[in-house]
Design a protein around this ligand. Structure first.
Ligand code: G6P
Ligand code: MN
Length: 453
């Protein structure tokens, strides 16, 4: 089985490769039939491909059944013969991420990779490339399954779906991370619980945690100490969670505590993009220089990256540090592998994924990509019915879905009015004037036209 990774020079690729190594077994003799035997890394940047290639080579050392690795900068070459395609690209690199964060912050509104105006700008930047990739997959590897973790994952998956239909599935690690942390706080084995999670990507809620037919979430919501023992509990605080009667995805901190989050990001010496830009430059330069071990440099950089995740949100809520339970979030690489296995071997599995709604969430249309538990088989992923959604949750989902669709329209047609609508209608942008200035400052406006759509 061949897996192609788009964004193959990306920093998180060794996580995927490690998951494949663990799946393969150590000596090759016990390797399971149908496992991944070949990984093709595609990237536009040869230097990054070489650095990640060096990390993977060290990971594979002494592992008999290690999947072969090949790197290329030719997209069609990478796609041809692929069974699965992981898309994890960052259009514009970390310089682009920085710009998409800074431009809104200069207006005093949230600048973040996927949430608020920053997410819209990042979407405008990313969608044209994602759609072109989907078109190449449809032409060169029409039977391949595409697993999308390119952000903003919800709108990118929805746009790619228009080309690839059911063959593209979006993933994110934050819902499973929340579910597992909540189960552990309850003293429940995370693998034995069922989770009633509903939302859009980075905009969802855990509404019930069921073991043996009984919902244990009320017990957690009424236990402040247990609640504040893990990431989301500390971010949102026991009082608010008890009032809300659900556990929100960590990205909802930018909504429920917008002022505090924006203030903390503005006060920080660097945005996340700026911090990572510098950190990652250092990593790729270090590995490129050939000094020292590539894998050691990667491990060191990775633990620093994880420890500093959402640092501003944490500094706004008491300056706490992430501990080991927060760091073991379930891992996007494990979700990707579980999804791949379920499809390749028809192992029926339930995973929280980004797929078209069909009729799973009442109040959202059938084509809207939602993030909900899905039943995965060889035929793909089908969303499971969620039951009615509270008005505040549905209202937010509808607003943000309208923003996503305006962004997709702008990216597909180049229509400036659609881009303005996307920015101005976002619940975290407080004035049309702000949206106009954001569009002008984004650096993306020259590609938009007043005469389309
Ligand atoms: C989580 C989210 C991803 C996001 C990442 C950002 O894993 O689920 O969608 O890309 O965090 O992490 P970073 O280290 O790049 O800020
Ligand atoms: Mn995510």
């Amino acid at each position: 089985m061949r897996l192609t990774v788009l964004g193959g020079g990306g920093f998180r690729v060794p996580l995927v490769y490690r998951a494949l190594l663990d799946d393969a077994g150590d000596d090759g003799s016990g390797a399971r039939a149908g496992r991944c035997t070949e990984v093709v890394l595609y990237d536009t940047d040869r230097r990054r491909l070489d650095a990640i290639g060096a990390v993977l080579a060290e990971q594979a050392r002494g592992r008999g059944a290690a999947p072969a690795v090949r790197a290329t900068t030719d997209l069609d070459d990478a796609l041809r013969g692929a069974d699965f395609v992981f898309s994890a690209i960052r259009v514009g690199g970390l310089a682009g991420r920085t710009r998409d964060e800074r431009v809104p912050l200069n207006e005093g509104v949230l600048g973040q990779e996927t949430v608020g105006a920053g997410g819209v700008l990042y979407g405008l930047r990313t969608l044209p490339v994602a759609i072109r990739i989907a078109e190449r997959v449809a032409t060169v590897a029409p039977d391949a399954w595409v697993i999308n973790f390119t952000n903003p994952a919800g709108m990118v998956t929805e746009a790619m779906r228009r080309v690839l239909g059911e063959r593209v599935i979006g993933i994110c690690d934050s819902p499973v991370g929340l579910c597992r942390r909540a189960a552990r706080a309850l003293g429940v084995d995370p693998d034995l619980a069922e989770y009633d999670y509903v939302g859009l990507n980075h905009l969802g809620w855990l509404r019930a945690l069921v073991v043996d037919g009984r919902d244990h979430l009320p017990r957690l919501l009424d236990d402040p100490a247990a609640l504040e023992s893990f990431e989301e509990g500390k971010l949102f605080g026991a009082t608010w969670l008890r009032a809300l009667r659900a556990l929100p995805n960590e990205y909802l901190h930018y909504y429920y505590f917008n002022r505090e989050a924006v203030r903390a990001v503005l006060q920080a010496p660097a945005t996340r993009g700026e911090f990572l830009h510098q950190q990652q430059e250092g990593f790729y330069a270090e590995v490129g220089s050939g000094r020292g071990g590539a894998l050691e440099a990667w491990e060191r950089t990775r633990s620093e990256r994880e420890a500093t995740y959402m640092a501003e949100n944490r500094s706004a809520t008491g300056d706490w540090e992430r501990d080991s339970c927060d760091l073991d979030g379930g891992g996007y690489e494990r979700i990707a592998l579980a999804l791949m296995r379920a499809i390749a071997h028809n192992e029926r599995t339930t995973l929280i994924l980004n797929v078209p709604n069909r009729s799973a969430v009442p109040g959202l249309d059938a084509d809207a990509v939602v993030e909900v538990p899905c039943l995965v088989t060889a035929g793909g992923a089908r969303p499971l019915a969620t039951g009615p959604v509270a008005a505040d949750q549905l209202g937010l989902m509808l607003s943000v879905k309208a923003v996503e669709r305006a962004t997709i329209e702008a990216a597909l047609t180049g229509c400036r009015a659609a881009a303005l609508r996307a920015l101005a209608l976002h619940p975290l942008v407080d004035s049309v004037r702000v949206a106009e200035r954001l569009l002008a400052a984004s650096g993306l406006a020259p590609e938009l036209s007043d005469h389309v759509g």
